[in-house]
Design a protein around this ligand. Structure first.
Ligand code: ARG
Length: 400
């Protein structure tokens, strides 16, 4: 067995117990790695120290917020990435960046394996392991919760026995994952698909039925990426964080989805992603203004495939890289401003403009200044409809 293991560490019960558990099971030393993807919450220095108290030989915190935004969220915006047309891939995008840092840490600390705290029922185990297989096929993977009987009860007993500094009562009744791009919740009462999610599930968004003054924001895009809010240039992580606050205050971005997991289970998921929904709505609208028709139609299919690949744990795959090359190329003229009204849980586009606009007022207008020659339409339809006409005539001829 390997002597050193790098563990994807969150600071919670499962991964804190996993440190000692892995040690006891395999005799390996555990290096804990916590990755900041904008999840907020507990101070990461506190989390780093906790891993050491729980027995890690090394404990590292990586600030990956800028990298997460630039290399994972940005391509998702360009690809209008929504799994099942609704889920903006919150956890699916963060796992590959965590994997990259796990592999890097394994090399730095001379580890022969990585470990994660996932169960056997979710997608994240697949994303971790397939990601590692793609970046460092020589590394082994340990999954104590899934493979060596580290149930919740046993984990609590283990923590008690060793006096580990974990507040079990502080645990949420839901299974939560969060980052810059949004927040996910499952388990507990949410497992009844008929039950309305209680208000205590929601943290990134206010109740959309509560009345408050609507907000309006103008988002500036360059080459398919948001670069400014209301004319103020902002780096992507800041821009997303600010939109999470503003759109979240209007209750924008709550999603209640019966989701098809890769492992075959249908699950009920509650998402909150105010910035993601606002940005994806704006971006898609700007594409409608600036993309040539056939390119736009083809891109819809590429976008969907992209989201499925990333959801299915294949971030590190040649197909995703090739699709990104297409998406980047298609995004070159997707520049301009989108004005969006945020109110009552809805992000509604109310205006858009672009120097690269393909909207031609002289062609579209029914008022004075019309430059579209309506006489051309007649011949166009005659030829466009010709196959239909020939087919219909045959059917009439052969009809019994
Ligand atoms: N169902 C979502 C996904 O697969 C969210 C997963 C959240 N992960 C978690 N460990 N709670 O992307």
């Amino acid at each position: 067995m390997t002597d050193r293991v790098v563990l994807a560490y969150s600071g919670g019960l499962d991964t804190s117990v996993a440190i000692g558990w892995i040690g006891a099971e395999t005799g390996a030393e555990v290096v804990a790695l916590a990755v900041d993807v904008g999840q907020g919450g507990e101070d990461l220095e506190v989390i780093r120290q906790r891993a050491l108290t729980c027995g890690a030989v090394e404990s590292v915190v990586v600030d990956a917020r800028e990298e997460f935004a630039r290399a994972f969220v940005a391509p998702a915006i360009r690809a209008n990435a929504l799994y099942m047309d609704r889920y903006p891939l919150i956890s699916s995008l963060s796992r590959p960046v965590i994997v990259r840092h796990l592999v890097e840490a394994a090399r730095t600390f001379g580890a022969g394996a990585i470990a994660h705290g996932c169960t056997g029922k979710g997608n994240d185990q697949v994303r971790f392991e397939v990601g590692v297989m793609a970046l460092a096929p020589e590394l082994k993977v340990l999954a104590p919760v899934r493979d060596s009987g580290m149930t919740r009860d046993k984990a609590i007993a283990f923590a008690d026995e060793r006096g580990l500094p974990i507040d079990v009562t502080a645990r949420s009744p839901y299974s939560i994952d969060q980052n810059l791009w949004g927040r996910t919740a499952e388990c507990g009462v949410l497992e009844d698909p008929w039950a309305q999610p209680p208000e205590d599930v929601f943290v990134y968004t206010a109740d959309p039925t509560l009345a408050r003054d609507p907000d309006e924001v103008t988002i500036g895009f360059v080459d398919g990426l948001p670069v400014s809010l209301d004319g103020r240039a902002l780096p992507l992580p800041e821009l997303v964080a600010e939109l999470n606050t503003r759109a979240g205050a209007q209750g924008v971005g709550r999603i209640d989805l019966i989701e098809d997991r890769l492992v075959g289970i249908k699950s009920r998921e509650i998402y909150e992603c105010p910035a993601a929904i606002t940005l994806l709505t704006a971006h898609r609208d700007l594409e409608d203004l600036t993309l040539e028709r056939d390119l736009a139609r083809f891109k819809r299919g590429v976008d969907q495939r992209w989201a499925e690949l990333v959801y299915d744990g294949l971030w590190y795959s040649p197909l995703r890289a090739a699709l990104d090359a297409f998406v980047d190329d298609a995004s070159v003229r997707v520049s301009g401003d989108v004005r969006i009204r945020l109110a009552g849980g809805v992000a509604q586009v109310v205006g858009r403009r672009s120097e690269a606009s393909l909207y031609d007022h002289a062609l579209a207008t029914y008022d004075a200044g019309d430059q579209f020659d309506q006489r051309d339409a007649r011949g166009f339809i005659d030829l466009w409809g010709l196959p239909s006409k020939v087919w219909a005539a045959r059917e009439q001829r052969l009809a019994r």
